[in-house]
Design a protein around this ligand. Structure first.
Ligand SMILES: CC(C)(COP(=O)(O)OP(=O)(O)OC[C@H]1O[C@@H](n2cnc3c(N)ncnc32)[C@H](O)[C@@H]1OP(=O)(O)O)[C@@H](O)C(=O)NCCC(=O)NCCS
Length: 173
């Protein structure tokens, strides 16, 4: 029987594992949407090891890894809200990433990561929280709605030369 998947807060030494996992899960989820050069450029920029190390070293950000049999198989990231919406105020929080590898989806692990991220985001008390989600990712939108997020706007998210329509969801304090 496989060992149960565990969750822990990621540390700067996890930068390489996080970079590899984030590129894998983004590609599994959205890779088919983009020309290969757009995807490769996006992954190289956003999931570079050094960029992960910077995030992991920053006190305003937190990342959690879901691990099974010693391998990172999911992650969540949270921090200050950077979404382009006029309602975003200084001090608002954002769920920045939530991804599981394909074989582990739909088993409740996303909910576990979400609750840990929400606890951290609300550690100093209630505040508005935000998340960006691809307009056609209906499963994730349903998932976020169950945790109190509702659609509040939209924007175009660049992946190379491609522009994706992203919905912005907000969770009231
Ligand atoms: C979205 C995600 C984190 C949810 O975690 P999970 O462990 O699968 O979810 P849970 O088992 O706690 O809850 C199941 C719900 O998750 C959502 N979900 C399940 N598989 C999904 C998938 N492949 N893509 C998007 N959402 C999915 C659905 O809302 C599902 O409920 P449903 O019965 O109404 O369809 C996870 O499915 C995932 O990593 N999906 C692919 C990556 C992704 O889309 N991330 C969000 C980017 S904004």
């Amino acid at each position: 029987m496989p060992a149960p998947a565990t969750i822990r807060r990621a540390v700067p030494g996890d930068a390489q594992a996080l970079s590899t996992l984030a590129a894998r899960t983004f590609t599994e989820t959205f890779g088919h949407l983009y020309p290969p050069q757009d995807l490769a450029g996006f992954l190289a920029e956003h999931y570079a090891v050094e960029r992960q190390r910077t995030i992991l070293s920053h006190p305003d950000y937190a990342v959690w890894l879901l691990e099974a049999d010693g391998e990172a198989v999911g992650h969540a990231a949270a921090g200050p809200c950077g979404l382009p919406h006029p309602g975003v105020a200084p001090g608002d929080g954002e769920l920045k990433r939530l991804y599981l590898v394909r074989g582990l989806q739909n088993g409740g692990h996303g909910g576990r990561l979400m609750r840990i991220a929400l606890d951290w985001l609300l550690r100093d008390g209630p505040r508005p929280l935000w998340v960006g989600v691809w307009s056609e990712n209906l499963g994730a939108q349903r998932f976020y709605a169950r945790y109190g997020f509702a659609r509040a706007g939209e924007y175009l998210f660049p992946v190379g030369a491609t522009r994706d329509l992203e919905f912005i969801m907000r969770r009231e304090p």
